[in-house]
Write a protein that binds this ligand. Structure first.
Ligand code: EPZ
Length: 459
C-alpha cells in the first residue's frame, strides 16, 4: 500500500477556511454499480464516478477476471462480457471488503465464484455470514477451501432459485449483493430486514431502468423478480453516481469548526438530515438548498458556544457510523461550560457506536493532540469539550487507520496549533479523492509527501 504522508499546518482555532467544495460521486454507490456490470450483456457506464483507491481496486478485480474497464476522468465504462474467470484475485479481494459485492452477480451469471474469506479490518470483524446463509437459501452450495494464500469460499449453483430471506442484521452490502444475485435467479426473491441506505435505492433504480424488476428498495422489504441466469440487463443509459453523503458530512463538520464562509455544492442535504439537525441544535447556522449546504460568517460563532450532545450511530436514516470519528473531533471542541441537553452534563458528550465493535482506533491520535476522551467500552466514548489541541512533538506521528478516521485526524490536526504528520494517507485516498488539493482550495496548508520521496530513516 502506498505509504504517503500528509503534513498538516494547524489553524490554531482560527476559522480561516473559505470557499466552495464540490462533492464527488459517492464511493459507496459507485462500487456497487461497478459490481453490477457483471449483470449486463455488454458495456455499461458510470458518470460522475469518484477517483478513489477503492474504485481503482474494483476496476483491477474486474480486469483480472477478464472484463474490460476504461476510466476516463469521471466516467467509468465496464464491459463484463469478456470475463473468463470466476476466481477473484485473493490478495486484491482480501485488501478490500467490498470486493464481496462481485460475488452476487458472478454467482447469478456464471453459477460459480471463488473468493477469499474476507479479513476483518481495523473497524471490526466484519463477517459475511449473512451473505453465505442467503446464498444457501438461493440454492447455492458453499464450500470452504484452504489454500496457501488463506481460506477461500468456493460457491456453486446450477441456477439460483428465488427465496424468502431474512437478514438478522441490516447489512448494506449484504442487501446489495443478494439483491443483485436475485436479479438473475429463477423466480421471485423477497429480502426482509434490508438496509435502507440511499446507495441501495440508487442501485435498484438504475438496474430497473435497464430491465430488472426490483421493488421496495429503500424500505426494509425488497422484492426481486428473477430474470434467470440468461436474463442479462442492457445498459439503456449511463448511471449518474449520487453525491457522497459521507464526504458531505465530513466537510460540513470541518467547516463548522474551521471555516468562515463555506459552500458545499453538488450534494444532497436530505442524505445527512440527522447530522444537520444535531449541528443546528448545537448552535451552528446552516443554510440548505436542494443541492447545497452553506455556512456564512461562521467565524462569528465561537466553538466554545457550541452545545455538547450525545450521538448514537444507527443504520440509515440514523446517524452514519462513517461520520462517527469526524463527529468525535467536533465534540472535543464544543463549549466546556455549555450544557448537554441530552444529559444535563456540562461540556461532556457521549458517542455510542452501535454498528462496529472496533471503530475507536483513531482515539489514540486525538489523545496525542491533547483531546480529553475516555473510552468507556468498545462502543462508547465520553468526550470532554473545550479541548485546545496541539500538534504532537516532532517525530511523534499520527496515523490514518481507516478512511473516515483518517479524515477525522486531518480535521483534528487542522483545529490544532502546530504542524502534524499523518502517516498512511492511502487509507484516506480510499474514500476521499485528492483530499489535500481540495482542502488547499479552501485555504488549508495540507501537503502530501509521497512514499518514494520520504527520507529513509537510517538507524
Ligand atoms: C457498508 O459496509 C459501507 N461500505 C461502510 O462504509 C459502512 O460503514 C457500513 O456499510 C455501515 O453503514 C460500503 O458500502 C462499501 P454492513 P458493509 O454489512 O456493508 C455486520 C466506509 O468508510 N455484518 O452494513 O460491509 C458487520 O460486521 C465504509 O465507506 C455481519 O455480522 O457494512 C457490521 O457490524 C466503512 N455479518 C454490521 O453488520 C454479515 O454477513 C453492518 O455491516 C454482514 C455484516
Amino acid at each position: 500500500m502506498k505509504k504517503d504522508t500528509l503534513i498538516v499546518e494547524g489553524l490554531a482555532g482560527k476559522k480561516s477556511l473559505n470557499g466552495e467544495v464540490r462533492i464527488n460521486g459517492a464511493k459507496n454507490a459507485a462500487l456497487k454499480v461497478m459490481a453490477a456490470s457483471v449483470l449486463f450483456d455488454g458495456p455499461m457506464k458510470l458518470m460522475n464516478a469518484p477517483h478513489t483507491e477503492d474504485t481503482n481496486r474494483v476496476a483491477e478485480l474486474i480486469t483480472i477476471l477478464g472484463g474490460s474497464v476504461v476510466i476516463d476522468k469521471k466516467e467509468i465504462t465496464i464491459d463484463a462480457s469478456s470475463i473468463d474467470s470466476t476466481d477473484l484475485d485473493p490478495d486484491l479481494a482480501r485488501s478490500m471488503r467490498s470486493s464481496v459485492l462481485l460475488t452476487g452477480p458472478m454467482l447469478g451469471r456464471y453459477g460459480k465464484v471463488k473468493f477469499p474469506v474476507p479479513g476483518g479490518c481495523v473497524i471490526g470483524a466484519r463477517p459475511i455470514d449473512l451473505f453465505i446463509s442467503a446464498y444457501e437459501k438461493l440454492g447455492a452450495e458453499v464450500k470452504l477451501e484452504s489454500s496457501k494464500g488463506g481460506d477461500q469460499y468456493a460457491i456453486t449453483a446450477k441456477k439460483l432459485k428465488g427465496a424468502e430471506i431474512f437478514f438478522n442484521l441490516q447489512t448494506v452490502t449484504g442487501t446489495e449483493t443478494i439483491m443483485m444475485a436475485a436479479v438473475l435467479a429463477e423466480g421471485k426473491t423477497v429480502l426482509r430486514n434490508c438496509a435502507m441506505e440511499p446507495e441501495i435505492t440508487s442501485l435498484a433504480e438504475f438496474l430497473n431502468s435497464c430491465g430488472a424488476k426490483i421493488h421496495g428498495a429503500g424500505t426494509t422489504t425488497i422484492t426481486i423478480g428473477g430474470l434467470g441466469s440468461g436474463g442479462l440487463l442492457k445498459a439503456k443509459h449511463a448511471y449518474e453516481t449520487i453525491p457522497d453523503r459521507v464526504e458531505t458530512g465530513s466537510f460540513l463538520l470541518l467547516g463548522v469548526l474551521c471555516a468562515d464562509n463555506l459552500k458545499i455544492t453538488h450534494c444532497n442535504p436530505e442524505h445527512i438530515e440527522v447530522l444537520i439537525s444535531h449541528l443546528r441544535e448545537s448552535g451552528a447556522n446552516i443554510i440548505v438548498t436542494k443541492d447545497t449546504i452553506e455556512l456564512r460568517d461562521n467565524a462569528k460563532l465561537k466553538n466554545s458556544s457550541l452545545k455538547p450532545f450525545n450521538i448514537r450511530t444507527h443504520e440509515y436514516p440514523g446517524f452514519s457510523t462513517d461520520l462517527q470519528a469526524p463527529m468525535t473531533v467536533f465534540l472535543t471542541q464544543v463549549g466546556a461550560d455549555e450544557i448537554n441537553p441530552n444529559s444535563g452534563a456540562r461540556g461532556e458528550s457521549i458517542v455510542f457506536e452501535t454498528i462496529y465493535e472496533g471503530r475507536f482506533k483513531y482515539v489514540s491520535n486525538l489523545e496525542k493532540l491533547g483531546a480529553q476522551l475516555t473510552v468507556m467500552n468498545p462502543r462508547e466514548i465520553l468526550v470532554k469539550g473545550g479541548a485546545s489541541l496541539k500538534a504532537p512533538e516532532p517525530g511523534e506521528e499520527l496515523e490514518a487507520y481507516d478512511i473516515r478516521a483518517g479524515f477525522a485526524t486531518i480535521m483534528a490536526a487542522l483545529v490544532a496549533k502546530g504542524t502534524s504528520v499523518i502517516k498512511n494517507a492511502y487509507f484516506i485516498d480510499r474514500g476521499y479523492e485528492n483530499i489535500e488539493g481540495r482542502l488547499a482550495a479552501l485555504g488549508a496548508d495540507v501537503r502530501r509527501v509521497h512514499a518514494d520521496e520520504q527520507p529513509e530513516i537510517v538507524i
